[in-house]
Design a protein around this ligand. Structure first.
Ligand code: ATP
Length: 320
């Protein structure tokens, strides 16, 4: 039976990571396991920034955004020699297995460690919802709520000025934040990697909404990295009856107290990760399908493709 496990957060921070850490620590302790907090992701793992956690170490963290363990990127962890250094460091603490909370890159690190004999479990912690092996990632729901709160406010002001608000949201090559926030805020246009970017079509659509539909304002939600939001707003001002204004929401989307949904999701996933380790398995990652907590081989998960969002895009367009 496993006696000592570690928990780390890696990649970008996401609201709900703390709830996942709390679940791992308390679920471990409840099963008679010692749990160690590994600070700053794989960087802290290699450097030995590792501290034993008590039940009380995770008191009051559930409601806090970010991650109490900190997160860092260590590109050198792709080097097998550095992975072996990490393994040695863990062995010096007697840590036999690790729960790694983060995105795809974090999963790859977890797999690399598992392959050298340290069983690891990946939990999907990222606001982008860009992990195919789960319907939702920890942090996505909270980020969406932050985004729609901002869009609702921009709607008030843009409606008063016959404006078109162009709102850039995060997503890291995944359009889910744009799609779901667009649907839940009634955006007129959603621009995302899945949808593509056709400037002429966007301007034509806005003109149609202005002239034929007599709309007082329009909301355009655009995923980061699609185009320059400021430039698009300028083109909207020059080519349509709307005055275009761009707002880049940026890192505000990563912060804040996690939603109830993210807290429950993180709690269920954290507990599952410990259960899998207790059963002697490693190289797995946890997800949610429907309302069931599931897990897959990390290798299989990294090769999965995301479910098509076509019908949701069609729905959004039907309702405008
Ligand atoms: P986000 O989705 O927020 O970007 P992520 O987990 O995908 O999260 P990355 O920066 O890609 O973020 O990865 C986090 C860390 O995982 C890296 O800094 C590195 O330490 C480790 N990592 C990434 N790729 C690999 C790999 N191929 N092998 C071993 N470790 C890796």
């Amino acid at each position: 039976m496993i006696k000592k496990i570690g928990v780390l957060t890696s990649g970008g921070d996401a609201p709900g990571m703390n709830a996942a850490i709390r679940a791992v620590v308390r679920s471990g302790i409840a099963r008679g396991i010692e749990v160690y907090g590994i600070y700053d992701g794989y960087k802290g793992l290699v450097e030995g920034h590792i501290v034993k956690m008590e039940r009380s170490s995770v008191s009051d963290i559930m409601i806090r955004g970010g991650t109490i363990l900190g997160t860092a990127r260590l590109p050198e962890f792709k080097d097998p020699k550095v992975v072996l250094e990490g393994k040695k460091m863990l062995e010096s603490f007697g840590i036999e297995a690790v729960v790694c909370i983060g995105g795809d890159g974090t999963y790859r690190g977890a797999l690399a460690l598992t392959n050298v004999g340290i069983n690891c479990i990946g939990l999907p912690g990222t606001i982008d919802n860009d992990i195919s092996s789960t319907d939702q990632t920890i942090g996505f729901d909270t980020a969406l709520n932050t985004v729609i709160e901002a869009i609702d406010k921009l709607r008030d002001t843009s409606a008063s000025h016959h404006r078109c608000s162009v709102i850039e949201v995060m997503g890291n090559h995944c359009g889910d934040i744009a799609l779901y926030s667009g649907i839940s805020s009634g955006a007129e246009i959603i621009i995302s990697p899945e949808k593509g970017y056709d400037e002429a079509e966007i301007l034509e659509r806005l003109n149609e909404l202005d002239v034929k539909r007599n709309k007082r304002h329009a909301i355009v939600v655009i995923s980061e990295k699609m185009t320059d939001a400021e430039l698009l707003a300028k083109k909207i001002s020059e080519n349509t009856g709307f005055s275009g204004r761009a707002t880049v929401l940026g890192h505000i989307q990563r912060g804040g107290s996690p939603s109830a949904y993210d807290r429950v999701l993180a709690t269920r996933m954290g507990d599952k990760a410990v259960e899998i380790l207790v059963n002697g398995e490693g190289g797995k990652c946890v997800g949610i399908r429907g309302n069931e907590i599931v897990y897959y081989d990390i290798e299989e998960a990294l090769n999965m493709t995301k479910k098509s969002r076509k019908s949701l895009y069609e729905l959004q367009e039907r309702l405008i």
